[in-house]
Design a protein. Structure first.
Ligand SMILES: Cc1cc2nc3c(=O)[nH]c(=O)nc-3n(C[C@H](O)[C@H](O)[C@H](O)COP(=O)(O)OP(=O)(O)OC[C@H]3O[C@@H](n4cnc5c(N)ncnc54)[C@H](O)[C@@H]3O)c2cc1C
Ligand code: SF4
Length: 334
């Protein structure tokens, strides 16, 4: 690990000013915030992240979980994953988020990991984490070792010829189905970005993963009020039952009445280069009978543009079955 300067931010403005000195907020940033440290410190030890300055933001008052006047919920960027997962309102109104968080990592990691840090966790592509190999995301223009290499766990949706890395988060798949909004404070003031617009597809610039600019700090995430009568669920399929990332996952928010799907949001994990909202699946479900035939049609629609690599074609059918199973489970309780 390279030498770096360590500072504590006393205010959000101070954190913004420190980070604004970096030419980029993306891969290669000179200044990095540290929250739980469970992503950043690992990557610094591997020399994948080499910031000259690390700004500790843990003293900032960004850890509250509070109701909004409109009936939604604001989750502070420093709220720990465990606290969010066990919060009574999250468990009652946003079960998909609680389930997604509890399916991730380990209890110890969840006690450290934060909402903001989880939004910005990096891919687990082995070549990204190993500086001996070419990786366009780590070093733009160097090539992609995963295409034609070990790519069993990598993405099949949203890939490009330059990068096929999966966004590994469970939280972010649930937040996508919940249509969360991310609040950001930056050098030019505050702004809100929908989670869908927050993440960029890799295209020819896989080192740019989000819309964050130098100085930007995530302050909170807002969930809209739950639509009346909706149920939600997260289903995660992986190589072992604990302490493992998703091979395929599905987050569902659904409302059924008189046997028909009145409202539905679908997001997929483990298969996309970003948390994957499937508008195709939603269109195939909306207004139709909540039955096996509809669910399978939705799964076919969701994966129709899948583009597997040499080792991960199995994910196409796995993801379809994951979605069908999640829809079956969530509409049984609806
Ligand atoms: C062994 C292991 C297993 C895991 N398994 C899973 C799993 O199954 N599922 C899953 O979803 N995740 C898993 N994770 C990932 C874990 O969820 C993330 O490491 C964690 O959520 C990151 O949060 P953090 O607060 O520790 O982030 P940090 O490491 O502190 O920060 C991560 C990045 O976010 C930036 N950052 C942090 N907060 C802010 C902010 N407020 N504004 C702007 N930038 C910010 C930092 O600068 C850094 O670049 C696992 C991690 C490990 C180590
Ligand atoms: S898939 Fe992306 S992260 Fe992995 S080696 Fe290729 S460019 Fe790097």
């Amino acid at each position: 690990m390279d030498a770096f300067q360590f500072n504590r931010a006393a205010t959000v403005d101070q954190a913004v000013q420190s980070a604004a000195k970096s030419p980029t907020a993306q891969q290669g940033a000179d200044v990095r915030f540290v929250a739980g440290g469970t992503t950043l410190i690992d990557l610094m030890k591997l020399n994948v992240e080499r910031p000259r300055e690390v700004v500790d933001i843990n003293g900032l008052p960004l850890d509250k979980i509070e109701a909004t006047p409109a009936g939604g919920l604001v989750i502070g960027a420093l709220a720990r994953n465990s606290d969010v997962a066990h919060h009574p309102t999250v468990q009652r109104d946003y079960a998909v988020l609680s389930q997604a968080l509890l399916s991730g990592a380990s209890p110890q990691l969840r006690n450290m990991a934060t909402t903001g840090g989880n939004l910005l966790q990096r891919t687990r592509c082995v070549y990204f984490r190993d500086t001996a190999h070419a990786c366009n995301k780590r070093e733009p223009g160097s090539g992609c070792s995963a295409i034609g290499g070990h790519n069993r766990t990598l993405a099949i949706l949203g890939t490009s010829k330059d990068c096929i890395a999966t966004n590994p988060s469970d939280q972010n798949v649930a937040l996508t189905a919940l249509e969360a909004t991310i609040q950001i404070q930056g050098a030019k003031g505050q702004r809100s970005v929908t989670i869908h617009d927050f993440y960029l597809l890799p295209g020819s610039t896989p080192h740019r993963e989000t819309v964050l600019e130098p100085g930007d700090i995530i302050t909170s995430v807002t969930l809209p009020a739950p639509a009346p009568g909706t149920h939600s669920l997260y289903l995660k399929l992986r190589d072992r039952a604990a302490y493992e990332f998703a091979l395929a996952s599905a987050a569902i928010v659904v409302q059924v009445s008189s046997g028909k799907i009145q409202h539905v949001r679908v997001a997929l994990g483990g298969v996309g280069t970003r948390p994957w909202r499937s508008l195709e699946a939603e269109r195939a479900l909306q207004g139709h009978a909540a039955d096996a035939a509809t669910f399978r049609r939705a799964a076919e629609a969701a994966l129709k543009d899948a583009h597997p690599a040499s080792e991960n074609a199995f994910k196409v059918e796995l993801s379809k079955r994951c979605l069908v199973r999640a829809l079956t489970m969530s509409t049984k309780t609806a």
